[in-house]
Write a protein that binds this ligand. Structure first.
Ligand SMILES: Nc1ncnc2c1ncn2[C@@H]1O[C@H](COP(=O)(O)OP(=O)(O)OP(=O)(O)O)[C@@H](O)[C@H]1O
Length: 308
């Protein structure tokens, strides 16, 4: 279990993490989501003891990282896929990590197998592709058979097979009762493997919810689209019933504050023939973009809002 409470981390005048509170629970994959510069990596570095918080606390299984008796067995960490010495083979890299923590060679071979690196175990890490480096990073995280895993962008650079493999792996680790905290800046990626998402922007918590809840809370959730032969009459009928109505092109209306059933019966009441009627689907990416719209450090030229 990871418990982050009122965590703040400042670098000079930059506030990277700003009063952040969330919990990642055992048996659960918690997705940690936010645009570039949101503070995900900084939070993870504080959780695993690589940075000191300016204020607030972070605990793993009820203890501060520094107080864990056997950190590698408590928390497996992959923060930087390029952390292995380029001149060392994958096997030697894992072995040296294992030996400093009293872990045997058998476990090194086991994690090489688990991460699909057996065939390249004798190759130097410096010759690895980004995807192979990610696998090696994950192998290092698994080495101590930890109850908690902290993985920063583990699918970054993986090919589609690798992405599937990571999804399956994190699901399996959670099914074994472990706590998995996994960062990404892609909502749809987390939607496929996370039970919950903690969304941050500019160091602050924007949402701590299931993926479905994030979608449901999105502005457009609960909107009904209707196209009718008499949009003005139907709009009057819906407004009288207390709904919000926004006219669209081609005689369509966007209706908030009414269900599909409400709109259908209102149309029947006022005699407007319905040509189309459906609840608007909100994509995960739309919901995420709405949530983080004010928290994006930089936007691509031409995107709404311009540079911030
Ligand atoms: N060592 C540091 N010194 C100064 N500023 C830092 C340092 N580390 C991070 N920052 C700043 O803190 C903010 C949060 O950065 P962080 O890397 O935690 O974000 P992130 O969500 O992981 O982003 P990304 O997806 O780009 O990795 C950014 O504005 C970053 O420039």
């Amino acid at each position: 279990m990871i418990e982050v409470e009122a965590l703040t981390k400042r670098y000079g005048s930059t506030t990277a993490v700003d009063g952040l509170t969330f919990t990642a629970r055992p048996g659960t994959v918690t997705g940690f989501l936010g645009p570039n510069g949101a503070g995900k990596s900084t939070t993870m570095r504080v959780v695993v003891g690589l940075e000191r918080a300016t204020s607030g606390t972070s605990r793993v299984d009820g203890r501060r990282y520094a107080d864990l008796p056997a950190p590698l067995h408590a928390v497996g960490v992959m923060l930087d896929a390029r952390s292995a010495h380029p001149g060392r083979t994958a096997y030697k890299h894992l072995l040296s990590l294992a030996q400093t923590h009293g872990i045997g060679r058998a476990r090194v071979r086991e994690v090489l197998g688990q991460t699909g690196l057996e065939a390249v175990a004798r190759r130097r890490a410096g010759t690895f592709s980004l995807g192979m480096g990610q696998r090696l990073g994950i192998a290092g995280a698994l080495l101590g058979d930890p109850r908690t895993l902290v993985l920063d962008e583990p699918v970054n650079g993986l090919d589609p097979d690798g992405v599937l493999w990571v999804r399956r792996l994190v699901r399996e680790l959670a099914a074994e009762g472990r706590t998995v905290l996994l960062s990404s800046h892609l909502m749809h990626e987390l939607a496929l493997c996370a039970d919950r998402v903690v969304v941050i922007g500019r160091g602050r918590l924007l949402a701590d919810a299931s993926v479905q809840e994030v979608v449901d809370r999105s502005e457009r959730a609960g909107t009904v689209r209707v196209r009718t032969t008499d949009p003005e009459r139907l709009a009057r009928e819906l407004l009288a019933a207390g709904a919000e109505v926004t006219p669209q092109e081609g005689g369509a209306l966007h209706v908030r504050g009414a269900t599909v059933d409400d709109v259908g019966t209102a149309a029947q009441r006022c005699g407007a023939a319905v040509l189309e009627l459906a609840a608007e689907q909100v994509s995960l990416e739309d919901a995420y973009l709405q949530l983080t719209a004010d928290a994006v450090e930089y936007r691509a030229a031409g995107a709404s809002g311009g540079a911030r």
